[in-house]
Write a protein that binds this ligand. Structure first.
Ligand code: MSP
Length: 644
């Protein structure tokens, strides 16, 4: 199988931001996923460097367009490695090869009679670089740029786009996957239900010189969209290149909704006129807003990828944007949301599963991967769940449902965390009769982690590599690279050794903490206690407290209470504890966590539930905002262990 995946080529009138980063990370993730499935992949991105907008931006900076485009294009090229984005080709529309291909294509289309010269009066929006129809205007303004378009009358060359209208409708109707998600397909079909106008594809040099000269009239340059869309072919060496023959039939374009019309209407009709088969798929996503507001330079809320990587790290950023956005819909970025995902999904769920498993393999098997025993029903069920996840993951990733693919992976992570709680490896380790059972439990967990690291590779390449290294899988081997449709289980070799190096993901504090404000000084009362003996307690008083390590085995909300959760813990005997942490933790995230409890408190009734003890929490207060964080131990400990 083969895949050719492209991003839009970005205008060089602005520096890369979160929106560009999202599309490019999506394309990179998809290309990595396809490679993981053993496919031959080509991934292309680049920059769109001609046209009015670019000239205007260069003029503002007082530099010649050539110098300006070189500078901004380099910024895009240099941004992608910072996000672990690895394109096979970075194309620029000012490259000689692209210019030559555009001119060849124009000549071909002209020769076959699809380009004609005509007088035209139209409403031109400089921001969109195109003529708008009356119907598109909102209160007389361009809907995207909120300014009235200029009325321009001039002679120009036109492409007979209208001749291909019916052919395009037929193609879209008979290929349901040509434009996805469906809402964008419907949008295009609805647009095509009205008569299509021909496309103006030239600009007189009297108005614009920064463009590709028409091969059949040197007094005109090419309209920037007719030039830019051709990049997808130039990058493959069209018409002669081997790459063109290999990859073009498998071409998939990723764009956002803003440039649907050029990609879904101009581009296929251009290809029809050229006699080139249409691209295979157009994947259209929504827009990122920031804190629920449109990202814009004038508001000053433009988020830069470099800044995000510095603040949150590459993997967290990639995971967050793919997990948070449902492909096709708009989404909102906020620092709070990314920190919450890092702490809950990455540090807690995945990070804990990894470090607990590694710690147990170190502790109970001296770091060695031991052979599993004869598989019982529980082993088969565990393995089935992991293999079912691979199938759902493959299906979702292939359909650009990245958030669903990640959900499927996290379901397995949470299943594995529960599996630890249910099987109590620490208890098995104490019983020599259960050695084989412990080997199986540990092997199942390690294999599960190996597969999780594999499926996460397209999304979080660095963490995935660290997990694979920790599992003792060095470099690029079949075990770390190839994701087969079946037969994925059992690749780890008994006798090999794990080599974990520290936690996978640190917990992040929300941004407020490091905004330069000083930590609150100790309260007066605490100072007094530290300075005098007043209020101090003797050791024997402290020892009266029975503090124990407990494992949460169930968590449920308490009826009619926003704050309370009913926890069932094992320490090692089962007991119920009511804790006021409902605003800070999801019940499902708590199961499997080890916490510290006060085991000898007199029972109390809270909202009708009897609480037999108390879970210790840190009460954090920053700028009047309070948060409770559960206390825990730094390694897996047998439940019931005493704290002193
Ligand atoms: N140069 C044209 C594309 C030509 S492709 C043959 C262009 N460039 S652009 O720099 O404006 O990039 C538009 C693309 O950037 C969008 O389609 C999308 O991929 C990405 N995004 C820009 N802002 C975005 C958001 N706020 N949210 C998500 N993606 C957005 O159009």
């Amino acid at each position: 199988m083969t895949t050719y995946i492209t991003t839009p080529i970005y205008y060089v009138n602005a520096q890369p931001h979160l929106g560009h980063a999202y599309t490019t990370i999506v394309a990179d993730t998809y290309s990595r996923f396809r490679r993981l499935c053993g496919e031959d992949v080509r991934f292309q991105t680049g920059t769109d460097e001609h046209g009015d907008k670019i000239v205007e931006a260069a003029e503002k900076e007082n530099v010649p367009p050539r110098e300006y485009v070189d500078r901004i294009s380099a910024m895009f090229r240099e941004t992608w490695p910072l996000l672990e984005v690895v394109p096979d080709n970075f194309i620029r529309t000012t490259e000689a090869e692209h210019v030559a291909t555009v001119r060849d294509i124009l000549q071909k289309v002209y020769d076959n009679g699809d380009i004609y010269f005509d007088e035209y009066t139209g409403l031109y929006c400089r921001g969109c670089e195109r003529f708008l129809t009356e119907k598109e205007l909102v209160d007389g303004n361009c809907p995207d740029h909120q300014i009235p378009p200029q009325e321009i009358a001039e002679q120009n060359y036109f492409f007979r786009m209208s001749s291909y209208q019916q052919q395009l409708i037929d193609h879209i109707k008979s290929n349901p996957d040509f434009i996805t998600p469906e809402r964008y397909r419907n949008e295009v079909l609805s647009f095509l239900s009205e008569p299509l106008e021909d496309l103006c594809i030239s600009r007189p040099k009297s108005r614009l010189t920064w463009g590709i000269e028409l091969p059949f009239d040197e007094t005109f340059v090419t309209y920037v969209w007719f030039d830019a869309l051709i990049n997808y072919l130039t990058g493959l060496g069209y018409p002669g290149g081997e790459d063109y023959t290999t990859f073009w039939p498998f071409s998939e374009h990723v764009i956002a909704k803003d440039i649907l019309k050029p990609h879904a209407i101009y581009w296929p009709t251009m290809l029809m006129s050229m006699g080139v088969p249409l691209f295979k798929k157009l994947h259209v996503h929504g827009y990122w807003n920031v804190d629920d507001t449109k990202m814009s330079k004038s508001i000053g809320n433009v988020v830069r990828p470099r800044q995000l990587v510095d603040e949150y790290g590459i993997d967290t950023l990639r995971y967050f944007i793919l997990r948070e956005m449902s492909f096709g819909l708009d989404s909102s970025f906020s620092s709070k949301a990314i920190v919450a995902r890092q702490n809950a999904d990455l540090a807690n769920d995945l990070g804990n599963l990894y470090s607990r498993t590694m710690a147990m393999v170190q502790k109970y098997r001296d770091g060695e991967v031991t052979a599993p025993g004869q598989p019982g029903a529980a082993d088969v069920a565990f393995r089935d769940a992991v293999e079912t996840m691979i199938l759902s993951y493959r299906e979702a990733m292939g359909a650009f449902h990245f958030h669903r693919a990640l959900q499927a992976v996290w379901d397995v992570i949470s299943m594995a965390n529960k599996y630890i709680v249910v099987n109590e490896p620490w208890a098995l380790a104490k019983d020599s009769q259960k050695a084989e059972l412990l080997d199986s439990v540990l092997y199942n967990l390690l294999e599960c982690l190996r597969i999780v690291s594999l499926v996460l590779q397209p999304v979080m390449p660095i963490a995935s590599g660290r997990m694979a290294m920790g599992l003792g899988l060095e470099g690029e081997s079949e075990a770390t690279r190839f994701l087969d449709a079946g037969g994925n289980w059992g690749v780890l070799v008994p006798g090999s050794r794990v080599k974990p190096e520290g936690p996978l993901f640190p917990r992040l504090e929300s941004r407020k903490k490091d905004d330069g404000k000083k930590e609150k000084p100790h309260s007066k009362k605490v100072k007094q206690v530290l300075q005098s003996e007043e209020g101090l307690i003797a050791m024997d008083a402290f020892q009266k407290l029975d503090l124990r390590v407990a494992e949460i085995i169930a968590a449920r909300p308490v009826k009619k209470s926003k704050k309370l959760l009913k926890l069932t813990v094992r320490a090692p005997e089962e007991r119920t504890i009511v804790s006021g942490i409902a605003e800070y933790y999801q019940p499902s995230d708590l199961v499997g966590q080890q916490v510290i409890i006060v085991a000898n408190l007199k029972p109390v009734k809270l909202m009708g539930v009897t609480s037999q003890g108390m879970v210790l929490t840190a009460r954090e207060e920053i700028d009047g905002e309070e948060r409770l964080v559960l206390s825990t131990v730094s390694d897996i400990v047998a439940v019931g262990s005493r704290i002193n």
